[in-house]
Design a protein around this ligand. Sequence first.
Ligand code: NAD
Length: 490
Amino acid sequence: MQQYRNYIDGRWYESAKRFDDLNPIDGSHVAQVHEADRGMVDRAVRAGRAALDGPWGRTSPSERAALLYRIADEIDRRRDDFLAAEIADTGKPVSMASTIDIPRGAANFRAFADQIKTAPLETFQTDLPGGAQALNYAVRKPLGVVGIISPWNLPLLLLTWKVAPALACGNAVVVKPSEETPGTATLLAEVMESVGMPAGAFNLVHGFGPDSAGEFITTHPDIDAITFTGESRTGAAIMRAAADGVKPISFELGGKNAAIIFADCDFDKMIDGMMRAIFLNAGQVCLCSERVYVERPLYQRFCEALVQRVGELKLGLPQDATTTMGPLISAEHRDKVLSYFALAREEGAQVLAGGGVPHFGDRRDQGFWVEPTVIAGLPDGARCVTEEIFGPVCHVAPFDSEREVIARANDTRYGLAATIWTSNLNRAHRVGQAMRVGLSWINSWFLRDLRTPFGGAGLSGIGREGGLHSLNFYSELTNVCIRIDHDADA
Ligand code: NAD
């Protein structure tokens, strides 16, 4: 069986402790993963420190940018390997992995290579009493050894979203992918090796969170900063771990995102967009809409069209080009999503579509599938309307006025993303700006320019990444202030 090992200081490390990587399509084995112990994580952190003190620490931004381009080119060259590994770990359709996950993995390296070459720095000239002046300028330096912990839903995309800017800024990284999806991270370590990344600059450790590699990273005294994508309550645990060292943190966390559909929208474009916003990656995208508010005159028509389109979703094998929805990531996550389907019924919801487990009559019956599901009729305070489910499910509710729907959409402890559908230009800007979220999409969803700020409010995160925001997080800025006296020497 395939072995996924740890990559530390430019070498591959096995571990006596191993766990199984499963294919969610049918529960079959993909690989054995070598779990890093505390000693290995410590070795990775020390390797990172040594890299910073060595030639890696003396690279210029343009040298690093060139290296990042080589990484992107190598991901492109090994596209089929990356695709196979991502699909085996997640079961997602090839139509998604080949257009989003893998190309974005490469694009992240190119985007931050370009950013670091052109990033401006501040300069201020200060007038002093008596005619003297001071010149202030900022220099960008790495933070040090950065711990990067990522989730399973978009494994390569979300990992490289942090690895690329961290390396662009000259940091060393210790990376831990999700235990559910170790495949493409391991391939990325192979890419680092083949493009000549200096030993210790990129280290990969496998394992779980508590009492495993995740916790060993976040509690390590010589980790200088932590960047994390995952659940809000994991973020809270990591924040406690980071508190002792007062370490910089950047968090991209959960969401309970609202979609707002006005009766004046372009109905066909909206329904296409909402099918993606609710069901892409079987709803396992932090940006997915789980609360859908529809202006009352359109409510009935929307529900009927949504239910019809849900019936047309094709739950199939990833390699089948006609497949539009895959399984959930694990048996545990499927049980969590099914518990919300049961809760919805207990809370008194109408189940307009789905609500159960599909039966295939083939090997998929051993996999981790649920039906795409639409529920309605719950009060805004119901748990299914307030808690992140992270599956192919949404709750639909009617609304009567713009003011009312803004208040209801914003009535959440999360604050990641919103999608708004209207053909009224003024309303589009008004509502888009009124959302208490990091990302407001109008007549679109998950439309990304990598230079723009990305992140969430409330329980959805701390800080923003993307473009210069990433560079500023992954850098330590030092302001150099020099006094200039204008009385010339004799
Ligand atoms: P998770 O929090 O369970 O795990 C994420 C990572 O953290 C994994 O690598 C895990 O091993 C590690 N981890 C868990 N406990 C830890 C601990 N105590 N210390 C250190 N590391 C620990 O999240 P998940 O289930 O993998 O991902 C789904 C969640 O991620 C959802 O809530 C989703 O909304 C969120 N998410 C957010 C964004 C965003 O950009 N805001 C993007 C994708 C996913």
